[in-house]
Ligand binder design. Structure first.
Ligand code: CP
Ligand code: NVA
Length: 299
């Protein structure tokens, strides 16, 4: 049976930390090999992407495979050919799908009807590859997760959900500040709490950030929510990661942002460009983690 990576929960308990170590090793070695020789992986992107698309395409090249890039607009998906038909057809051509789409259920449909591994390149609900690579970015600086407080400031959607899942696998304290009405989904939170994750939810960014070693944020209006931009700008106005907020954090606090960033909204230019920011290492690590994920799927 194919391995899939639709959420971090698809990883066996010991595999998540192993992927972080493996990605780090791959980074140190500038790892390339030919484990995907003779394999083609299709990227289906229904939303824009810079990092995820390019890091996957380069990772596939570094492992000796080939990639094909598709969008819904330029394929029959955009003319309503069902996903279940697409899944069956593409399974006859290639060895895997890396998919950025809206509903998480779309990925489940591709798994159900296709016969090749499916990797989540972001849905409205989860962004697992991003958070796995963010864990590498943190590990490089502070390998003992049990001593860490990681704060989330912003929307309770895909990135927040994947951080909540990560808290099941890594023993950090996750403090999340989200505006009222923008909380993470209850099913995600409850599952993590039942599994022993250390999660604290608040509507107060200052409370979440107090003493935090890492502060993490994301855009206020995600892809697909562009028409909510004005409303969200008002609702999230107190959730900006700026110098003043960071004075409450640990003195050596570092700031993560999955990018793209909207300077002046969820994060100030000063913070993004300043000594707090580790976003460029964070972006680089996407490449190394994609290789570790691909190796896990295809080995
Ligand atoms: N962080 C992230 O997923 O970036 P892209 O949208 O550019 O892929
Ligand atoms: N939450 C953002 C993440 C972008 C990488 C979005 O879904 O648009």
């Amino acid at each position: 049976m194919s391995k899939n990576f639709l959420t971090i929960l698809d990883l066996p308990m010991k595999v998540a930390p192993e992927l972080v170590l493996r990605a780090r090793e791959m980074k140190e070695k500038g790892y390339q090999n030919d484990m995907l020789k003779g394999k083609t992986i299709i990227l289906i992107f229904e939303k824009a992407s810079t990092r995820t698309r390019v890091s996957f395409e380069v990772a596939i090249q570094h492992l000796g495979g080939k990639s094909v890039f598709m969008t819904s607009q330029e394929s029959q998906l955009g003319r309503n050919e069902p996903l279940k038909d697409t899944a069956r057809v593409l399974s006859r051509y290639a060895h895997g799908l890396v998919v950025r789409t809206f509903a998480q259920e779309n990925l489940e449909e591709l798994v159900k009807f296709g016969q090749i591994p499916v990797i989540n390149a972001l849905t409205d609900k989860f962004h697992p590859c991003q958070v796995m690579s963010d864990l590498l970015t943190i590990y490089e600086r502070t390998p003992d997760f049990s001593q860490l407080t990681i704060a989330w400031v912003g929307d309770g959607n895909n990135m927040a959900h994947s951080w909540i899942n990560a808290a099941i696998y890594f023993p950090f304290q996750l403090n999340m500040a989200v505006p009222e009405g923008y909380e993470p989904d209850i099913d995600v939170v409850e599952r993590a709490l039942q599994a022993g994750a250390k999660i604290y939810l608040t509507h107060d960014p200052g409370e979440a950030v107090t003493g935090a070693h890492y502060v993490n944020t994301d855009v206020w209006a995600s892809m697909g929510q562009e028409d909510e931009q004005d409303t969200r700008a008002k609702v999230f106005a107190d959730f900006q990661v700026n110098r003043e907020l960071l004075t409450l954090a640990h003195p050596d606090v570092k700031v993560l942002h999955c990018l793209p960033a909207h300077r002046g909204e969820e994060i100030t230019d000063e913070v993004l460009e300043g000594p707090w920011s580790i976003v460029w290492d964070q972006a680089e690590n996407r490449l190394h983690m994609q290789k570790a994920i691909l190796e896990w799927i295809y080995s």
